[in-house]
Design a protein around this ligand. Structure first.
Ligand SMILES: Nc1nc2c(c(=O)[nH]1)N[C@H]1C(S)=C(S)[C@@H](COP(=O)(O)OP(=O)(O)OC[C@H]3O[C@@H](n4cnc5c(=O)[nH]c(N)nc54)[C@H](O)[C@@H]3O)O[C@H]1N2
Ligand SMILES: Nc1nc2c(c(=O)[nH]1)N[C@H]1C(S)=C(S)[C@@H](COP(=O)(O)OP(=O)(O)OC[C@H]3O[C@@H](n4cnc5c(=O)[nH]c(N)nc54)[C@H](O)[C@@H]3O)O[C@H]1N2
Ligand code: SF4
Ligand SMILES: [Mo]
Length: 745
């Protein structure tokens, strides 16, 4: 028996784990106690991953569609035939509609750098991904404020603020463990969450916020911190731009006003602001919760400003600008962004309105990034530019402003990856070419023209540093060989690239050769790096700004953003009430939809839309749970376990009531990204994609998106709940999934 050191990618935090392998088969996945960055990290999704690797429904051979789209009629073909077919179709589409008519995408656990390389060389500006509503939209506001997105110094901090964000033993375990160590050392903890979440129970302060109002709370904090003189005056004086403007802006956000907006008592707002500002070096770790609101950009700007004015930037225990790891060819360089012409960049969908996520702002920041970090087109966390998803579906559906005809989806269940599923569906149904590189026959793959079988993470090598977010480079071995004809993402993109005439830019035939090249600056091959421990964590350098300033147009921290001003956005942070909330909706709507909801609360044994076909995981959470406070449920006439419809003006989904004392009395938790692999596959049911998926109740129009980046909201809106008729209740979902065929033949 052998033990392999593998990067778990059953979710996107990528803990390093150990896999015991006997006779070419995984027998156990367990913790790596000695890993220098993610020691002891492992959750249920990781430890049970062999149930995915050896699942009976895994895709094993390339398939070519022979019936109508979504009909489920396939022919098994060779990789060569399938790739040739895709290349011929792509060339036809590019010749007719231009390269911008091709959209590429990738999920959060597959490499992004090679997708962008392919897409840039093809000449399309239309890459986007699910991270449009996650980490992908966080970098822009950080960069606009101080040039780079920092990483928290978990290892030395004295105070932690969790804005909803809630890592747990079965949820981003390595981060949970960093947090746990910090708390053991005595760090203070402030939790801002409508629910009593895992860490609220362990916090020094818990603020129960109305979903979607985080920027109001942060403006209240800035108000207190400035007016009480709790900020770092020397830093503010020397290194910031626009302090007086900020000071005058936050005057309107008195604790009393903020209390009304957020539901948090005024004295808690004041006390928590003081705790953040006075406990020593503090961190506000990145939170995806505020990457999903029509207030996202303002919220992210507020965190950035708090970090700066309280002296937490680039100091031990604060938030570090890790910049690029010098020992590797970074993802940024793999992208080859400079090969995409300005003419093509200007065609990126959504860039007319959402500049902060566009090539435009990226281009503006280029000289400043280069001054500070020595590199242009610094595409940190794949976010330098993303096409606006809703505009892509419109371009597919209507051909406006130009047609998008092809979708290449690698490790991404695009149909269920955003808000307003019906819009996505209409777009996809009008494409000429859909390609999926997948491990299962997802609803998106069911609509494809070609489906390529992928390796899982247990069957491929890995080299990553979270998309250049930080500079901690980590390598992982593969545990076992790929089964049947499963091939990794590198194989897919390179083989397609060669057929599209990009061969000169893809000299490395395998992912390992590619990693060998990326590690040339270190002077090691991938195998040598792995043998040496597979971790490169350069010693942090603090206060680099004293020498090089900040990567912004003024070279300072822009509390008042000159770039936002240039683009006609509010240069100062603000709170903007979202549409259709308990404050902004009409009386009529409020009466009809009395409850506020958010999507998420991700502690379930599934990563995003995955895992529902894995019996060991599904048995832990058989049905989509709509979480309600017991008294609220009782008042509405529901019992625990009732099947209900949850409806918004956009649409409705079906779920099962889960009473929880942890819930906020006025707030409903909506389960995320459900589909039912045990149900009838292909059209019209698409494995139940339209039944319980949160994307059915969420709009994607500009009215529900933030102004600067077009981030669609996934929380803080109104809904109502009513019982599903008894005869319908159990017909669609079931925990007993093994009794039902996974894919209808
Ligand atoms: N088991 C498991 N772990 C996962 C994932 C998974 O799918 N399953 N997904 C991973 C990914 S990609 C992500 S992005 C993270 C997400 O993980 P988190 O960042 O923790 O986000 P959520 O779990 O969606 O919500 C966390 C808390 O935010 C609260 N909340 C809801 N709305 C608001 C609001 O408007 N403001 C505030 N302050 N709080 C609010 C909720 O009540 C909830 O307790 O989890 C990661 N880890
Ligand atoms: N409506 C809605 N949209 C959302 C969210 C939401 O809650 N609701 N959450 C948002 C968030 S926080 C995030 S991070 C993103 C996540 O976006 P994605 O990462 O795109 O999410 P998944 O649904 O997990 O899709 C990944 C797909 O990859 C497949 N897969 C798994 N392993 C491999 C592999 O090794 N190779 C290949 N090729 N495929 C593989 C899985 O079967 C799955 O279908 O979505 C965002 N979008
Ligand atoms: S948290 Fe769990 S699923 Fe995610 S990488 Fe770590 S072990 Fe794997
Ligand atoms: Mo995410």
């Amino acid at each position: 028996m052998e033990t392999k050191r593998v990067s778990c990618k059953a979710c996107d935090i990528m803990c390093n784990v150990l896999a015991d392998v006997d006779d070419g088969r995984i027998v156990r996945i367990h913790r790596d106690p000695n890993h220098p960055v993610t020691p002891q990290a492992l959750c249920n999704k990781g430890s049970l991953f062999s149930d995915t690797v050896y699942h009976k429904d895994r895709l094993m051979y390339p398939l070519k569609r022979v019936g109508e789209r979504g009909e489920g009629k396939w022919e098994q073909v060779s990789w060569e035939e399938a790739l040739d077919g895709v290349a011929v179709a792509l060339k036809g589409i590019v010749a007719k509609h231009g390269p911008e008519s091709v959209m590429t995408t990738a999920g959060a656990i597959v490499p992004i750098d090679i997708v962008r390389r392919f897409t840039n060389l093809l000449g399309s500006p239309n890459f986007t991904m699910g991270a449009y509503v996650c980490l992908g939209n966080t970098t822009g506001p950080n960069k606009a404020t101080y040039g780079w997105m920092p990483f928290p110094d978990w290892w030395r901090t004295k105070c932690i603020v969790l804005m909803g964000h809630d890592p747990q033993p079965n949820k981003w375990t390595s981060e949970f463990l960093w947090l746990r160590e910090a708390l053991k050392r005595g760090a203070k903890l402030i939790v801002v969450d409508p629910r009593v979440n895992f860490h609220a129970k362990r916090a020094d302060m818990h603020l129960r916020i109305r979903p979607g109002t985080d920027s109001a709370l942060m403006l209240g904090w800035i108000h207190v911190i400035i007016n009480e003189g709790l900020y770092d005056k020397a830093f503010v004086e020397k290194y910031t731009h626009g302090f007086e403007e900020l000071k005058s802006r936050v005057q309107e956000y008195t604790p009393e006003k903020v209390s009304e907006l957020t539901w948090i008592p005024a004295e808690q707002i004041v006390a928590s602001a003081r705790m953040y500002a006075t406990s020593g070096p503090a961190i506000i770790p990145w939170t995806p919760v505020t990457d999903k609101h029509a207030n996202s950009t303002h919220s992210i700007r507020c965190y950035a400003i708090l970090r700066a004015i309280c002296g937490n930037l680039d100091v031990p225990g604060g938030e570090i600008f890790m910049h690029f790891n010098p020992n590797v060819v970074v993802e940024n360089e793999v992208h080859l962004t400079h090969m995409l012409s300005k003419e093509q960049m200007d065609k990126q969908l959504g860039q007319d309105r959402f500049k902060v996520l566009s090539y435009d702002m990226w281009r503006e920041l280029d000289p400043h990034t280069e001054r500070v970090m020595g590199k242009k087109w610094a595409n940190q966390i794949a976010s330098g530019s993303l096409a606006h998803p809703a505009d892509v579906w419109t371009a597919m559906e209507t051909g406006q402003p130009y047609p998008v005809k092809a979708l290449l989806a690698v490790g991404a269940n695009t149909l269920g990856g955003y808000t307003n599923i019906e819009h996505i569906f209409k777009g996809l149904m009008n494409c000429d070419l859909i390609v999926a590189h997948e491990i299962f026959m997802t609803p998106t793959a069911q609509l494809a023209d070609y489906v390529f079988p992928s390796t899982t993470w247990a069957e491929k090598y890995s080299l990553h540093n979270h998309w250049d977010w930080h500079n901690i480079l980590m390598a992982g071995d593969k545990a076992v060989d790929a089964p049947a004809e499963c091939r990794d993402e590198y194989h897919f993109w390179r083989e397609l690239a060669v057929r599209m005439g990009q061969e000169a830019h893809w000299p490395w035939k395998t992912s390992k050769e590619f990693f060998d090249w990326r590690l040339e600056p270190m002077g090691k091959t991938f195998d040598e790096f792995l043998a040496a421990g597979g971790v490169d964590f350069p010693d942090p350098q603090f206060k680099k700004y004293e020498k090089v300033g900040f990567g912004t147009p003024t070279g300072k921290v822009e509390l008042y953003s000159t770039l936002f001003e240039k683009y006609g956005y509010d240069p100062l942070p603000a709170y903007v009430e979202q549409a259709c909330t308990s404050v902004s909706a009409s009386e009529e709507i409020k009466k009809e939809y009395p409850l506020t909801f958010f999507v998420g609360g991700r502690s379930e044994p599934y990563f995003q839309s995955q895992g529902r076909q894995i019996h060991s995981l599904r048995s832990l959470c058989p049905d989509p749970a709509i979480e309600l406070y017991p008294e609220t449920a009782y008042d509405l006439g529901f019992e625990d376990g009732d099947w209900v419809y949850l409806e918004t003006p956009q649409g409705r989904i079906k779920g099962k009531i889960r009473m929880s004392d942890d819930a906020h009395p006025n707030v409903v938790r909506v389960p995320y990204m459900w589909w039912f692999p045990e149900q009838q596959a292909y059209l019209p049911n698409l494995s139940g994609q339209f039944q319980s998926h949160d994307g059915m109740i969420l709009p994607d129009s500009d009215e529900f998106a933030d102004r600067e980046q077009g981030v669609p909201t996934m929380g803080g809106l109104l809904c109502k709940i009513y019982r599903v008729p008894a005869d319908e209740a159990r017909s669609n979902t079931s925990g007993i999934i093994d009794e039902v065929p996974m894919v209808a033949k």
